[in-house]
Every structure is written in structure tokens, then in C-alpha cells.
Design a protein around this ligand. Structure first.
Ligand SMILES: [Zn+2]
Ligand SMILES: [Zn+2]
Ligand SMILES: [Zn+2]
Length: 264
């Protein structure tokens, strides 16, 4: 699998759109890896997780051709992960000659009803499937296993285990620390790569709906992946990319930046 992390910020982006906090001022001045857009990953040419409001920016920045998209997995309905209006552009006059129609879109019940209420079935070249946690979906060459995240009590947020032959990846965003049933499921599997959100960084507050760096280390200890990468950062953590690396790298945790490519 070729995985590209397209965006590595929490909902407000980084520097945050309307923010003049010290961190955003420093991030604007420093540029480079300190410019973070809303979170999504691209896998090979035909798979994508989440559809953030920065999707067009991702397409033009990383030369992605979404006419190839065959499978779109959504984690949850928060607008930084599902910018539902973007889906209007899948059909003429906005899009012609999709290569893999209908695009298959998968998500929890909140996600699929949000899409269907906006775009009645059959009106656009996509097909919507509601997922059951822990029930695997075969999508061309990959298997996606939706797992229960711990993020928003008002919907059944999902994270994804992605399998390509013997290779296995966990994309853990958005979530706080997993409940025991999810841990029990993950413990039985062997992971090559963990990509985990770390919205709270080193803030000394307890992780409720998002992960802190300490919580990422606890998850890493449980699932023992060969490689761990953190993403989905909030400007409130107060650390620029290099400063985050100085904390994470000694623990053998890598800090994602927008556009980073991971081979697995
Ligand atoms: Zn988010
Ligand atoms: Zn800020
Ligand atoms: Zn969220």
C-alpha cells in the first residue's frame, strides 16, 4: 500500500483560519510542515478515507486524480471529515468520465443518512453503504475493518483497520482512548503501521474524545506496530512541527506532515 496523509490538522486547520494565538503566529512565519490542512488519507489510486473541506486543495497540491476513486470510507460526520457538499461535483456538468462508477461510499448511519438526505439515491454516481463495526468489507484488493472509535456519544464513530495481504494498518482518527471491546479486538491482530490522531499533544488534560501523546504511547504498547505516526493536531498544543518531533522521535514516534507518503 502507498498511503499519503493529505491533511494533518484538527477541524480548524493550522494556522487556524481566524486565529492569532502565539502558535498560529509562529506557524504562519515558519511555514513548511507547520501548514496543516484538514485530515484525510489517500491509499493507492482508488481508496480514500474522509472527505474534508480541503479536498480540492489536496487534489491540486498532491496531483491526485479523484476520477479514479472507487472506495471512499468515512470515519464520522464531523465537517472536517465529511464535507458532504463536495459530493455534488461527482456528476455532470462538474465531472465527466468517472473511471470506477459508482463510487462506493461507506460510513456509519449518521454519515450515510447525511449523504442520502442531501443526494437522493440514484441522483449521483455513488452508492452508499452503512457499516457495522468489526464486520470486514472487501474493497478490490484491500480489506477494511471498521472498528468502534471513542469520540462522539451522538454517533457510532469508526476508525479503520486496513489489510493488504499480510500487511495491516490502523488509521485511528478521530478517537479518544478506545473502550475495552475495541482493545480486545485489536490485541488479536499484528500491525505494521499505526497512524493515530494526537489532537491534544502533550496538553496535561485528560483525553476524552481525542488522543494525547501519552494515550498514543499506551495504544502503541497494546498493538505493538512496527511503525507509529501521529497526525490530526490542534494549534492549542502549542508545538510547531520540529518541537513535536523533538518530543515524539525519542519514543520512536514519527510526526506526520501534510503530503507525507508512507509505504506499507
Ligand atoms: Zn477531526
Ligand atoms: Zn491558533
Ligand atoms: Zn471528530
Amino acid at each position: 500500500m502507498r498511503i499519503q496523509i493529505l491533511g494533518t490538522a484538527a477541524a480548524e486547520g493550522w494556522p487556524a483560519e481566524f486565529c492569532a494565538c502565539d502558535t498560529c503566529i509562529r506557524a504562519r512565519a515558519a511555514g513548511g510542515h507547520n501548514r496543516r490542512s484538514r485530515s484525510s488519507i489517500q491509499i493507492d489510486d482508488i481508496y480514500k478515507i474522509d472527505l474534508p473541506p480541503d479536498t480540492f486543495h489536496h487534489v491540486i497540491s498532491y496531483d491526485i486524480d479523484l476520477s479514479n476513486l472507487a472506495h471512499l470510507f468515512i470515519t464520522h460526520s464531523h465537517f472536517d471529515h465529511l464535507s458532504v457538499g463536495e459530493l455534488v461535483f461527482t456528476r455532470p456538468p462538474f465531472a465527466h468520465n468517472l473511471r470506477r462508477p459508482p463510487i462506493k461510499i461507506y460510513g456509519n448511519e449518521t454519515v450515510t443518512s447525511a449523504i442520502i438526505s442531501r443526494f437522493p439515491e440514484g441522483s449521483h454516481p455513488f452508492e452508499v453503504t452503512t457499516l457495522e463495526p468489526f464486520v470486514p468489507v472487501t474493497a478490490d484488493d484491500l480489506v477494511f475493518i471498521p472498528i468502534t472509535a471513542h469520540h462522539d456519544p451522538h454517533q457510532h464513530c469508526l476508525n479503520y483497520v486496513i489489510e493488504s495481504g499480510p500487511k495491516r494498518v490502523l488509521y485511528a482518527s478521530d478517537t479518544g482512548e478506545y473502550e475495552q471491546s475495541t482493545i480486545d479486538f485489536l490485541r488479536k491482530l499484528k500491525f505494521d503501521l499505526l497512524i493515530s490522531e494526537c489532537t491534544q499533544g502533550t496538553l496535561p488534560m485528560p483525553a476524552h474524545s481525542h488522543m494525547s501523546f501519552e494515550a498514543v504511547l499506551r495504544l502503541r504498547d497494546i498493538i505493538a506496530p512496527s511503525r507509529t505516526v501521529i497526525t490530526h493536531f490542534s494549534h492549542n498544543i502549542g508545538l510547531l512541527h520540529d518541537e513535536l518531533e523533538a518530543i515524539a522521535n525519542p519514543h520512536e514516534v514519527e510526526v506526520a506532515y501534510d503530503g507525507i507518503v508512507l509505504e506499507c
